[in-house]
Ligand binder design. Structure first.
Ligand code: UP5
Ligand code: MG
Length: 207
């Protein structure tokens, strides 16, 4: 169920406190596992709002914000942007949106992200949708994506995989220990992956 939040915590600088009841699903998985693709399907069928942390960070670069250059350098190196920056963007997006159901895609990426988000927003995810995909398949997808992403080159992809293994998988393990993980075999074709996703979001089929 959603979390009631009435926080006046201003730790994430410049952000508004979240003062509405929201339901959050974290969508996690390696680079190229299909998080964005499946989130678009979930939005269409289940009325969630999709917040991709990576997209919010890339929009911040484009907007010419004072953090833009720092964010750009971190993404180029496959490193994780400081929590306060990402959390402020997520918090603002949640606050400004009229919806009360959110897919947070690609966040939290490390233990510090996870703990800081919970501390600052008071929000705990309903569950975690985990797209499990072999590295070989993810690499193939990223190298053929062709959307002009600065981090879709083989050097950066290798760095992203390393950070994922070292920092992001432990977050998934943490939620596993809390029995909050819904694992999906993400190596299959898009429609087959979505069939598995649907079962999770359909009331009788999952959480
Ligand atoms: N595709 C998708 N599903 C397929 C399928 N089932 N079969 C065949 N092909 C499939 O998909 C990738 C490609 O594969 C697409 O071409 C798609 O058509 C195809 P997509 O849905 O885009 O995968 P996704 O998991 O979203 O991959 P993405 O590259 O976005 O994942 P990342 O986690 O690497 O990227 P993100 O944007 O989240 O983060 C980028 C960087 O931002 C990070 O490396 C980090 O530097 C920074 N960041 C932070 O610092 N903090 C954050 O909180 C978030 C990001
Ligand atoms: Mg994505």
């Amino acid at each position: 169920m959603g979390t009631v939040v009435d926080s006046t915590n201003k730790e994430a600088t410049g952000s508004l406190p979240i003062n509405k009841k929201v339901k959050v699903v974290f969508v996690l998985g390696g680079p190229g596992s299909g998080k964005g693709t499946q989130c678009a399907n979930i939005v269409e069928h289940f009325g969630y709002t999709h917040l991709s942390a990576g997209d919010l960070l890339r929009a911040e670069i484009k907007s010419g914000s004072e953090n833009g250059t720092m964010i750009q350098n971190m993404i180029k190196e496959g490193k994780i942007v400081p929590s306060e920056v990402t959390i402020a963007l997520l918090q603002r997006a949640i606050q400004e949106n009229g919806n009360d159901k959110f897919l947070i895609d690609g966040f939290p990426r490390n233990e510090e992200n996870r703990a800081a988000f919970e501390r600052v927003t008071g929000i705990q995810p309903d569950f975690v949708l985990f797209f499990d995909c072999p590295e070989e398949e993810m690499e193939k997808r990223l190298l053929s994506r062709n959307q002009g992403r600065e981090d879709d080159n083989i050097e950066t992809i290798r760095k992203r995989f390393k950070v994922y293994m070292e920092s992001s998988l432990p977050v998934i393990e943490y939620y596993k220990s809390k029995e909050k993980v819904q694992k999906i075999d993400a190596a299959k074709p898009v429609n087959e992956v979505f069939n598995a996703v649907k079962a999770v979001f359909t009331p009788s089929g999952g959480k």
